[in-house]
Design a binder for this molecule. Structure first.
Ligand code: BES
Ligand code: MN
Ligand code: ZN
Length: 496
Protein backbone atom coordinates (compact mmCIF):
# COMPACT_ATOMS: atom_id res chain seq x y z
CA UNK A 1 0.00 0.00 0.00
CA UNK A 2 1.38 3.36 -1.08
CA UNK A 3 0.64 6.20 1.30
CA UNK A 4 0.64 9.76 0.04
CA UNK A 5 -0.32 13.21 1.12
CA UNK A 6 -2.02 14.89 -1.82
CA UNK A 7 -2.60 18.57 -2.22
CA UNK A 8 -5.43 18.54 -4.79
CA UNK A 9 -8.73 19.88 -3.52
CA UNK A 10 -11.36 17.41 -2.41
CA UNK A 11 -13.56 18.38 -5.30
CA UNK A 12 -10.87 17.81 -7.91
CA UNK A 13 -9.21 14.70 -6.55
CA UNK A 14 -9.53 11.73 -8.90
CA UNK A 15 -9.77 8.49 -6.90
CA UNK A 16 -11.96 5.40 -6.59
CA UNK A 17 -13.26 6.26 -3.14
CA UNK A 18 -13.22 9.24 -0.84
CA UNK A 19 -13.60 8.45 2.88
CA UNK A 20 -15.24 10.69 5.47
CA UNK A 21 -16.66 10.04 8.92
CA UNK A 22 -19.52 11.54 10.89
CA UNK A 23 -20.76 11.14 14.44
CA UNK A 24 -23.87 9.42 15.70
CA UNK A 25 -26.97 11.58 15.66
CA UNK A 26 -25.86 14.04 13.00
CA UNK A 27 -23.46 12.20 10.68
CA UNK A 28 -24.24 14.51 7.73
CA UNK A 29 -23.08 17.58 9.64
CA UNK A 30 -20.20 16.40 11.85
CA UNK A 31 -16.72 14.94 11.69
CA UNK A 32 -14.89 15.14 8.37
CA UNK A 33 -18.21 15.14 6.52
CA UNK A 34 -18.03 18.88 7.19
CA UNK A 35 -15.10 19.13 4.78
CA UNK A 36 -17.24 18.05 1.82
CA UNK A 37 -18.71 20.56 -0.62
CA UNK A 38 -22.30 21.61 0.18
CA UNK A 39 -23.60 19.76 -2.85
CA UNK A 40 -22.15 16.46 -1.64
CA UNK A 41 -23.37 17.01 1.89
CA UNK A 42 -26.94 17.48 0.67
CA UNK A 43 -27.03 13.86 -0.52
CA UNK A 44 -25.86 12.76 2.89
CA UNK A 45 -28.50 14.89 4.60
CA UNK A 46 -31.13 13.06 2.58
CA UNK A 47 -29.66 9.73 3.61
CA UNK A 48 -29.70 10.88 7.20
CA UNK A 49 -33.32 12.02 6.99
CA UNK A 50 -34.39 8.73 5.46
CA UNK A 51 -32.69 6.94 8.37
CA UNK A 52 -30.11 5.18 6.22
CA UNK A 53 -27.22 7.14 7.64
CA UNK A 54 -27.06 7.07 11.44
CA UNK A 55 -23.39 7.49 12.22
CA UNK A 56 -23.32 4.44 14.47
CA UNK A 57 -19.80 3.21 15.11
CA UNK A 58 -18.36 1.43 12.03
CA UNK A 59 -21.59 1.86 10.04
CA UNK A 60 -20.50 2.06 6.39
CA UNK A 61 -22.54 3.89 3.78
CA UNK A 62 -21.28 3.86 0.21
CA UNK A 63 -22.51 6.51 -2.21
CA UNK A 64 -21.83 5.93 -5.90
CA UNK A 65 -21.08 8.86 -8.20
CA UNK A 66 -21.39 11.43 -5.41
CA UNK A 67 -22.35 14.93 -6.52
CA UNK A 68 -19.80 17.72 -6.23
CA UNK A 69 -16.61 15.62 -6.22
CA UNK A 70 -14.57 13.81 -8.83
CA UNK A 71 -14.22 10.63 -6.77
CA UNK A 72 -16.14 7.64 -8.12
CA UNK A 73 -17.47 6.68 -4.69
CA UNK A 74 -17.90 8.24 -1.29
CA UNK A 75 -17.69 6.14 1.86
CA UNK A 76 -19.17 7.55 5.05
CA UNK A 77 -17.98 5.72 8.14
CA UNK A 78 -19.95 6.06 11.35
CA UNK A 79 -17.74 7.40 14.15
CA UNK A 80 -20.13 6.62 17.00
CA UNK A 81 -20.65 8.92 19.96
CA UNK A 82 -18.68 12.11 19.67
CA UNK A 83 -17.73 12.23 23.36
CA UNK A 84 -16.13 8.77 23.08
CA UNK A 85 -13.97 9.74 20.12
CA UNK A 86 -10.18 9.45 20.55
CA UNK A 87 -7.05 8.39 18.72
CA UNK A 88 -7.76 4.74 19.24
CA UNK A 89 -11.15 5.18 17.62
CA UNK A 90 -9.67 7.15 14.73
CA UNK A 91 -7.21 4.31 14.06
CA UNK A 92 -10.08 1.87 13.91
CA UNK A 93 -12.16 4.07 11.61
CA UNK A 94 -9.31 4.08 9.10
CA UNK A 95 -8.98 0.31 9.41
CA UNK A 96 -12.72 -0.09 9.01
CA UNK A 97 -12.75 2.02 5.82
CA UNK A 98 -9.90 0.06 4.30
CA UNK A 99 -11.45 -3.29 5.11
CA UNK A 100 -14.85 -2.25 3.76
CA UNK A 101 -13.39 -0.92 0.53
CA UNK A 102 -10.90 -3.65 -0.20
CA UNK A 103 -13.68 -6.22 0.14
CA UNK A 104 -15.32 -4.30 -2.74
CA UNK A 105 -12.18 -4.27 -4.85
CA UNK A 106 -11.53 -0.58 -4.43
CA UNK A 107 -7.78 0.02 -4.74
CA UNK A 108 -7.38 3.76 -4.67
CA UNK A 109 -8.62 5.31 -1.44
CA UNK A 110 -8.46 8.92 -0.28
CA UNK A 111 -8.95 9.76 3.38
CA UNK A 112 -10.32 13.22 4.06
CA UNK A 113 -8.60 15.12 6.86
CA UNK A 114 -9.92 18.04 8.83
CA UNK A 115 -11.65 18.93 12.07
CA UNK A 116 -11.38 15.92 14.32
CA UNK A 117 -8.41 13.93 13.22
CA UNK A 118 -6.18 16.33 11.36
CA UNK A 119 -3.22 16.88 13.67
CA UNK A 120 0.14 15.41 12.82
CA UNK A 121 -0.38 12.72 15.43
CA UNK A 122 -3.74 11.95 13.86
CA UNK A 123 -2.07 11.49 10.48
CA UNK A 124 0.19 8.85 12.00
CA UNK A 125 -2.81 7.20 13.65
CA UNK A 126 -4.83 7.08 10.41
CA UNK A 127 -1.89 5.63 8.52
CA UNK A 128 -1.46 2.95 11.20
CA UNK A 129 -5.14 2.09 11.07
CA UNK A 130 -5.12 1.81 7.28
CA UNK A 131 -2.09 -0.49 7.16
CA UNK A 132 -3.34 -2.64 10.04
CA UNK A 133 -6.77 -2.87 8.42
CA UNK A 134 -5.24 -3.97 5.14
CA UNK A 135 -3.64 -7.00 6.80
CA UNK A 136 -4.88 -10.41 5.75
CA UNK A 137 -3.64 -13.74 7.07
CA UNK A 138 -4.12 -15.45 3.74
CA UNK A 139 -0.60 -16.52 2.97
CA UNK A 140 -1.44 -20.18 2.51
CA UNK A 141 -4.62 -19.67 0.53
CA UNK A 142 -3.96 -20.62 -3.08
CA UNK A 143 -6.56 -18.05 -4.08
CA UNK A 144 -5.26 -15.13 -2.12
CA UNK A 145 -7.46 -12.29 -0.98
CA UNK A 146 -4.32 -10.36 -1.51
CA UNK A 147 -5.62 -9.36 -4.90
CA UNK A 148 -8.00 -7.04 -3.13
CA UNK A 149 -5.39 -5.13 -1.23
CA UNK A 150 -5.41 -1.37 -1.40
CA UNK A 151 -2.77 0.04 -3.78
CA UNK A 152 -2.95 3.67 -2.86
CA UNK A 153 -4.06 5.40 0.32
CA UNK A 154 -4.01 9.19 0.14
CA UNK A 155 -4.64 11.83 2.73
CA UNK A 156 -6.35 14.93 1.39
CA UNK A 157 -7.62 18.26 2.65
CA UNK A 158 -7.41 19.46 6.22
CA UNK A 159 -5.46 22.69 5.82
CA UNK A 160 -1.70 22.52 5.52
CA UNK A 161 -1.45 19.34 3.51
CA UNK A 162 1.97 18.13 2.52
CA UNK A 163 4.07 19.78 5.24
CA UNK A 164 7.29 18.04 6.24
CA UNK A 165 5.90 17.12 9.65
CA UNK A 166 2.97 15.41 7.97
CA UNK A 167 5.41 13.46 5.82
CA UNK A 168 7.24 12.39 8.97
CA UNK A 169 3.94 11.32 10.54
CA UNK A 170 3.12 9.21 7.48
CA UNK A 171 6.52 7.59 7.66
CA UNK A 172 6.25 6.86 11.38
CA UNK A 173 2.80 5.37 10.98
CA UNK A 174 4.07 3.21 8.14
CA UNK A 175 7.04 1.97 10.15
CA UNK A 176 5.02 1.16 13.25
CA UNK A 177 2.11 -0.56 11.53
CA UNK A 178 4.55 -2.33 9.20
CA UNK A 179 6.36 -3.71 12.24
CA UNK A 180 3.10 -4.80 13.83
CA UNK A 181 2.10 -6.63 10.64
CA UNK A 182 5.55 -8.22 10.53
CA UNK A 183 4.90 -9.59 14.02
CA UNK A 184 1.45 -10.82 12.96
CA UNK A 185 2.99 -12.69 10.03
CA UNK A 186 5.44 -14.46 12.32
CA UNK A 187 2.73 -15.42 14.82
CA UNK A 188 0.50 -16.71 12.06
CA UNK A 189 3.10 -19.18 10.76
CA UNK A 190 2.34 -22.80 11.59
CA UNK A 191 4.95 -24.57 13.69
CA UNK A 192 6.23 -26.68 10.78
CA UNK A 193 7.19 -23.44 9.07
CA UNK A 194 8.36 -21.69 12.21
CA UNK A 195 10.70 -24.06 13.99
CA UNK A 196 13.25 -22.45 16.32
CA UNK A 197 15.77 -22.67 13.47
CA UNK A 198 13.44 -20.94 11.01
CA UNK A 199 12.47 -18.37 13.64
CA UNK A 200 16.15 -17.54 14.12
CA UNK A 201 16.57 -17.29 10.35
CA UNK A 202 13.67 -14.84 10.14
CA UNK A 203 15.29 -12.79 12.91
CA UNK A 204 18.60 -12.75 11.06
CA UNK A 205 16.91 -11.75 7.82
CA UNK A 206 15.08 -8.90 9.53
CA UNK A 207 18.25 -7.77 11.33
CA UNK A 208 20.22 -7.83 8.08
CA UNK A 209 17.62 -5.70 6.32
CA UNK A 210 17.36 -3.30 9.25
CA UNK A 211 21.05 -2.88 9.95
CA UNK A 212 20.84 -4.59 13.36
CA UNK A 213 23.26 -7.02 14.93
CA UNK A 214 21.90 -10.54 15.36
CA UNK A 215 23.47 -13.48 17.10
CA UNK A 216 22.01 -16.97 17.45
CA UNK A 217 23.10 -19.41 20.14
CA UNK A 218 22.77 -23.16 19.64
CA UNK A 219 22.44 -25.91 22.25
CA UNK A 220 26.21 -26.20 22.62
CA UNK A 221 26.46 -22.61 23.83
CA UNK A 222 23.36 -23.02 25.99
CA UNK A 223 25.04 -25.91 27.74
CA UNK A 224 28.18 -23.87 28.27
CA UNK A 225 26.09 -21.08 29.77
CA UNK A 226 24.36 -23.69 31.96
CA UNK A 227 20.87 -22.78 30.77
CA UNK A 228 19.39 -25.77 32.56
CA UNK A 229 15.82 -24.47 32.62
CA UNK A 230 15.67 -23.71 28.91
CA UNK A 231 17.38 -26.99 28.01
CA UNK A 232 14.92 -28.92 30.19
CA UNK A 233 12.10 -27.65 27.98
CA UNK A 234 14.03 -28.19 24.75
CA UNK A 235 15.17 -31.74 25.45
CA UNK A 236 11.88 -33.36 24.45
CA UNK A 237 12.00 -31.96 20.93
CA UNK A 238 13.80 -33.13 17.78
CA UNK A 239 14.14 -29.50 16.73
CA UNK A 240 17.26 -27.81 18.08
CA UNK A 241 16.61 -24.86 20.40
CA UNK A 242 18.00 -21.38 19.70
CA UNK A 243 18.54 -18.22 21.67
CA UNK A 244 18.13 -15.21 19.42
CA UNK A 245 19.87 -11.98 20.42
CA UNK A 246 19.27 -8.78 18.44
CA UNK A 247 21.08 -5.57 19.36
CA UNK A 248 20.27 -1.96 18.65
CA UNK A 249 23.18 0.08 20.06
CA UNK A 250 23.10 3.46 18.31
CA UNK A 251 26.50 5.21 18.31
CA UNK A 252 25.44 8.31 20.25
CA UNK A 253 23.36 6.59 22.92
CA UNK A 254 24.39 6.56 26.57
CA UNK A 255 25.94 3.32 27.87
CA UNK A 256 23.04 2.97 30.26
CA UNK A 257 20.25 2.08 30.36
CA UNK A 258 20.27 -1.00 28.16
CA UNK A 259 16.67 -2.07 27.75
CA UNK A 260 16.29 -5.84 27.49
CA UNK A 261 13.26 -7.10 25.58
CA UNK A 262 12.76 -10.76 26.41
CA UNK A 263 10.18 -12.61 24.33
CA UNK A 264 8.86 -16.11 24.91
CA UNK A 265 9.62 -18.07 21.76
CA UNK A 266 7.90 -21.45 22.10
CA UNK A 267 7.27 -22.33 18.46
CA UNK A 268 4.87 -25.06 19.51
CA UNK A 269 3.57 -25.82 22.99
CA UNK A 270 2.12 -29.32 23.20
CA UNK A 271 2.41 -29.15 26.97
CA UNK A 272 5.16 -31.80 26.95
CA UNK A 273 4.53 -34.86 29.12
CA UNK A 274 1.82 -32.85 30.90
CA UNK A 275 0.22 -32.85 27.47
CA UNK A 276 -2.59 -30.47 26.57
CA UNK A 277 -6.02 -31.68 25.48
CA UNK A 278 -6.26 -31.85 21.67
CA UNK A 279 -9.06 -29.28 21.41
CA UNK A 280 -7.47 -26.04 20.23
CA UNK A 281 -3.96 -27.42 20.60
CA UNK A 282 -3.27 -26.08 17.10
CA UNK A 283 -3.45 -22.58 18.58
CA UNK A 284 -0.19 -23.31 20.36
CA UNK A 285 1.70 -22.45 17.19
CA UNK A 286 1.25 -18.89 18.47
CA UNK A 287 3.24 -19.50 21.64
CA UNK A 288 6.17 -17.56 20.19
CA UNK A 289 4.11 -14.36 20.01
CA UNK A 290 6.21 -12.71 22.74
CA UNK A 291 9.37 -13.31 20.71
CA UNK A 292 7.66 -12.12 17.53
CA UNK A 293 6.54 -8.97 19.36
CA UNK A 294 10.11 -8.17 20.35
CA UNK A 295 11.38 -8.73 16.78
CA UNK A 296 8.68 -6.36 15.51
CA UNK A 297 9.76 -3.75 18.06
CA UNK A 298 13.41 -4.10 17.03
CA UNK A 299 12.45 -3.73 13.37
CA UNK A 300 10.56 -0.52 14.13
CA UNK A 301 13.22 1.12 16.30
CA UNK A 302 15.92 0.31 13.76
CA UNK A 303 14.03 2.70 11.49
CA UNK A 304 12.83 5.22 14.07
CA UNK A 305 16.27 5.44 15.71
CA UNK A 306 15.60 6.42 19.33
CA UNK A 307 18.69 7.34 21.33
CA UNK A 308 18.71 4.37 23.68
CA UNK A 309 20.35 0.97 23.72
CA UNK A 310 17.97 -1.93 23.27
CA UNK A 311 18.56 -5.66 23.12
CA UNK A 312 16.08 -8.42 22.35
CA UNK A 313 16.68 -11.88 23.83
CA UNK A 314 14.40 -14.63 22.59
CA UNK A 315 14.61 -18.19 23.90
CA UNK A 316 13.17 -20.33 21.09
CA UNK A 317 12.23 -23.97 21.39
CA UNK A 318 9.39 -26.43 20.99
CA UNK A 319 7.77 -28.00 24.05
CA UNK A 320 7.20 -31.63 23.11
CA UNK A 321 6.63 -34.99 24.79
CA UNK A 322 9.09 -37.76 23.94
CA UNK A 323 11.25 -40.39 25.59
CA UNK A 324 13.79 -37.66 26.22
CA UNK A 325 11.36 -35.07 27.52
CA UNK A 326 11.46 -33.63 31.04
CA UNK A 327 9.03 -35.31 33.41
CA UNK A 328 6.91 -33.87 36.19
CA UNK A 329 8.96 -34.01 39.37
CA UNK A 330 12.31 -33.48 37.65
CA UNK A 331 14.61 -30.92 39.25
CA UNK A 332 16.87 -28.74 37.10
CA UNK A 333 19.38 -25.99 37.79
CA UNK A 334 18.80 -22.73 35.97
CA UNK A 335 21.55 -20.49 34.61
CA UNK A 336 21.56 -18.23 37.68
CA UNK A 337 21.94 -21.24 39.98
CA UNK A 338 18.38 -21.41 41.35
CA UNK A 339 16.97 -24.94 41.25
CA UNK A 340 13.49 -25.59 39.86
CA UNK A 341 11.17 -28.53 40.43
CA UNK A 342 9.14 -29.12 37.28
CA UNK A 343 5.64 -29.75 38.63
CA UNK A 344 4.00 -29.31 35.25
CA UNK A 345 5.89 -29.52 31.96
CA UNK A 346 3.23 -27.26 30.45
CA UNK A 347 4.52 -24.36 32.56
CA UNK A 348 7.45 -24.11 30.13
CA UNK A 349 7.30 -20.40 29.36
CA UNK A 350 8.60 -19.35 32.77
CA UNK A 351 11.40 -21.92 32.45
CA UNK A 352 12.77 -20.54 29.20
CA UNK A 353 12.27 -16.96 30.38
CA UNK A 354 14.12 -17.66 33.63
CA UNK A 355 17.31 -18.37 31.72
CA UNK A 356 16.70 -15.69 29.11
CA UNK A 357 16.34 -13.01 31.80
CA UNK A 358 19.50 -14.19 33.48
CA UNK A 359 21.34 -14.13 30.14
CA UNK A 360 20.00 -10.66 29.30
CA UNK A 361 21.39 -9.38 32.61
CA UNK A 362 24.72 -11.04 31.89
CA UNK A 363 24.77 -9.28 28.51
CA UNK A 364 24.39 -5.95 30.32
CA UNK A 365 20.66 -5.18 30.27
CA UNK A 366 19.74 -2.80 33.08
CA UNK A 367 15.97 -2.78 32.54
CA UNK A 368 13.94 -5.84 31.59
CA UNK A 369 10.60 -6.11 29.84
CA UNK A 370 9.27 -9.52 28.91
CA UNK A 371 6.32 -10.42 26.71
CA UNK A 372 4.94 -13.93 26.87
CA UNK A 373 1.87 -15.98 26.07
CA UNK A 374 2.31 -17.22 29.60
CA UNK A 375 -1.00 -18.31 31.10
CA UNK A 376 -4.53 -19.36 30.27
CA UNK A 377 -5.41 -17.66 33.55
CA UNK A 378 -4.77 -14.17 32.19
CA UNK A 379 -7.33 -14.92 29.47
CA UNK A 380 -9.85 -15.86 32.14
CA UNK A 381 -9.11 -12.60 33.95
CA UNK A 382 -8.88 -10.14 31.06
CA UNK A 383 -10.17 -11.94 27.97
CA UNK A 384 -8.75 -11.26 24.53
CA UNK A 385 -8.96 -7.51 24.92
CA UNK A 386 -6.42 -6.54 27.54
CA UNK A 387 -2.82 -7.52 28.25
CA UNK A 388 -1.91 -8.30 31.85
CA UNK A 389 0.92 -6.13 33.20
CA UNK A 390 3.01 -7.16 36.21
CA UNK A 391 6.04 -5.79 38.03
CA UNK A 392 7.46 -4.72 41.38
CA UNK A 393 8.89 -1.49 40.12
CA UNK A 394 5.81 0.73 39.95
CA UNK A 395 7.69 3.48 38.15
CA UNK A 396 8.42 1.17 35.24
CA UNK A 397 4.96 -0.37 35.26
CA UNK A 398 3.50 3.14 35.03
CA UNK A 399 5.72 4.01 32.09
CA UNK A 400 4.57 0.93 30.21
CA UNK A 401 0.91 1.63 31.04
CA UNK A 402 1.25 5.25 29.89
CA UNK A 403 2.75 4.11 26.58
CA UNK A 404 0.01 1.52 26.16
CA UNK A 405 -2.63 4.15 26.54
CA UNK A 406 -0.84 6.54 24.16
CA UNK A 407 -0.46 3.77 21.58
CA UNK A 408 -4.07 2.63 21.84
CA UNK A 409 -3.41 -0.85 23.25
CA UNK A 410 -5.38 -1.99 26.28
CA UNK A 411 -3.23 -3.09 29.21
CA UNK A 412 -4.09 -3.52 32.87
CA UNK A 413 -1.92 -4.04 35.91
CA UNK A 414 -2.43 -7.14 38.05
CA UNK A 415 -0.80 -7.45 41.47
CA UNK A 416 2.44 -9.13 42.45
CA UNK A 417 2.50 -9.58 46.22
CA UNK A 418 4.70 -11.33 48.77
CA UNK A 419 1.91 -13.62 49.93
CA UNK A 420 1.77 -15.41 46.58
CA UNK A 421 5.39 -16.54 46.98
CA UNK A 422 4.33 -19.51 49.13
CA UNK A 423 2.36 -20.86 46.20
CA UNK A 424 5.39 -21.67 44.09
CA UNK A 425 7.65 -23.01 46.80
CA UNK A 426 9.00 -26.52 46.26
CA UNK A 427 9.65 -29.01 49.03
CA UNK A 428 12.87 -30.20 47.41
CA UNK A 429 14.10 -27.31 45.20
CA UNK A 430 14.27 -23.50 45.38
CA UNK A 431 11.18 -22.99 43.25
CA UNK A 432 8.32 -24.99 41.74
CA UNK A 433 7.28 -24.12 38.20
CA UNK A 434 3.58 -24.37 38.96
CA UNK A 435 1.38 -23.34 41.85
CA UNK A 436 -2.01 -24.58 40.80
CA UNK A 437 -4.97 -22.81 39.26
CA UNK A 438 -5.73 -19.97 41.66
CA UNK A 439 -3.86 -16.80 40.78
CA UNK A 440 -1.97 -18.66 38.06
CA UNK A 441 -1.18 -15.54 36.02
CA UNK A 442 0.30 -13.86 39.11
CA UNK A 443 2.28 -16.94 40.09
CA UNK A 444 3.69 -17.25 36.57
CA UNK A 445 4.65 -13.59 36.56
CA UNK A 446 6.27 -13.72 40.01
CA UNK A 447 8.21 -16.85 39.12
CA UNK A 448 9.77 -14.94 36.21
CA UNK A 449 10.33 -11.94 38.47
CA UNK A 450 12.48 -14.10 40.77
CA UNK A 451 15.01 -14.19 37.93
CA UNK A 452 14.91 -10.44 37.34
CA UNK A 453 16.10 -9.92 40.91
CA UNK A 454 16.79 -6.26 41.63
CA UNK A 455 16.75 -5.23 37.99
CA UNK A 456 13.63 -3.21 37.12
CA UNK A 457 11.31 -5.57 35.29
CA UNK A 458 7.87 -5.54 33.70
CA UNK A 459 6.06 -8.64 32.49
CA UNK A 460 3.38 -8.56 29.80
CA UNK A 461 1.14 -11.63 29.64
CA UNK A 462 -0.18 -11.55 26.08
CA UNK A 463 -1.78 -15.02 26.08
CA UNK A 464 -5.20 -13.48 25.49
CA UNK A 465 -4.31 -10.53 23.30
CA UNK A 466 -1.98 -12.30 20.85
CA UNK A 467 -4.91 -13.51 18.77
CA UNK A 468 -8.36 -12.30 17.90
CA UNK A 469 -11.00 -14.96 17.43
CA UNK A 470 -13.48 -12.66 15.80
CA UNK A 471 -13.52 -10.66 12.67
CA UNK A 472 -13.86 -6.96 13.52
CA UNK A 473 -14.86 -4.17 11.12
CA UNK A 474 -11.34 -2.74 11.51
CA UNK A 475 -9.31 -5.92 11.88
CA UNK A 476 -9.24 -9.44 10.51
CA UNK A 477 -9.37 -12.33 12.92
CA UNK A 478 -6.04 -13.95 13.68
CA UNK A 479 -2.75 -12.58 14.98
CA UNK A 480 -2.95 -9.08 16.43
CA UNK A 481 0.63 -7.95 17.01
CA UNK A 482 -0.61 -6.53 20.32
CA UNK A 483 2.21 -4.98 22.36
CA UNK A 484 4.36 -3.79 19.47
CA UNK A 485 2.97 -0.25 19.44
CA UNK A 486 3.24 0.12 23.21
CA UNK A 487 6.88 -0.89 23.35
CA UNK A 488 7.80 1.18 20.31
CA UNK A 489 6.13 4.17 21.96
CA UNK A 490 7.99 3.50 25.20
CA UNK A 491 11.37 3.32 23.48
CA UNK A 492 10.82 6.29 21.19
CA UNK A 493 9.66 8.49 24.09
CA UNK A 494 12.43 7.33 26.30
CA UNK A 495 14.06 9.39 28.99
CA UNK A 496 16.42 7.58 31.31
N1 BES B 1 1.31 -21.27 26.32
C1 BES B 1 0.53 -21.60 27.45
C2 BES B 1 -0.45 -20.49 27.84
C3 BES B 1 -1.52 -20.16 26.83
C4 BES B 1 -2.77 -20.71 26.94
C5 BES B 1 -1.27 -19.27 25.81
C6 BES B 1 -3.74 -20.39 26.03
C7 BES B 1 -2.25 -18.95 24.89
C8 BES B 1 -3.50 -19.52 25.00
C9 BES B 1 1.43 -21.85 28.65
O1 BES B 1 2.66 -22.43 28.34
C10 BES B 1 0.73 -22.81 29.55
O2 BES B 1 0.53 -23.92 29.14
N2 BES B 1 0.39 -22.35 30.74
C11 BES B 1 -0.26 -23.15 31.71
C12 BES B 1 0.48 -22.99 33.02
C13 BES B 1 0.08 -23.98 34.07
C14 BES B 1 0.49 -25.37 33.68
C15 BES B 1 0.72 -23.58 35.37
C16 BES B 1 -1.69 -22.68 31.85
O3 BES B 1 -1.94 -21.48 31.81
O4 BES B 1 -2.57 -23.53 31.95
MN1 MN C 1 2.55 -24.53 28.24
ZN1 ZN D 1 3.38 -22.03 26.47
Amino acid sequence: MNIEIRSESLEQLPCSALVVFGFEGAPAATGTVEQLPAETRRTLEELQTSGELKGKLYECTLVHRPAGVKAAKLLVVGAGKKDKFNGSQLRRLAGCAVRYLRARSVRDVAWVRGGEGSSEEDVQTVVEGAILGDYGADRYKTERNNEHRIDRFSLVGGGAAGGTTDAVAVERGGIIAGAQNFTRDLVNEPSNRMTPTLFAQRAQEMAGQSGLECQVLGSEEMRELKMGALLAVAQGSEEPAKVIVVRYFPPGAPEKPVVGLIGKGITFDSGGISIKPSDNMHEMKTDMAGGATMLGVMRAIAQLKPNVRVMAVIPATENMPSGKASKPGDVVTSMCGKTIEIINTDAEGRMVLADALCYAKQLGCTVLIDAATLTGAVMIALGNITTGVFGWNQGWVDRVLASASAAGEKMWQLPVQEEYRDLYKSSIADLANSGGRYGAAIIGAMFIGEFAGDTPWVHLDIAGTRWSNEEKPYRTKGPTGHGVRTLVHLLTHFSA
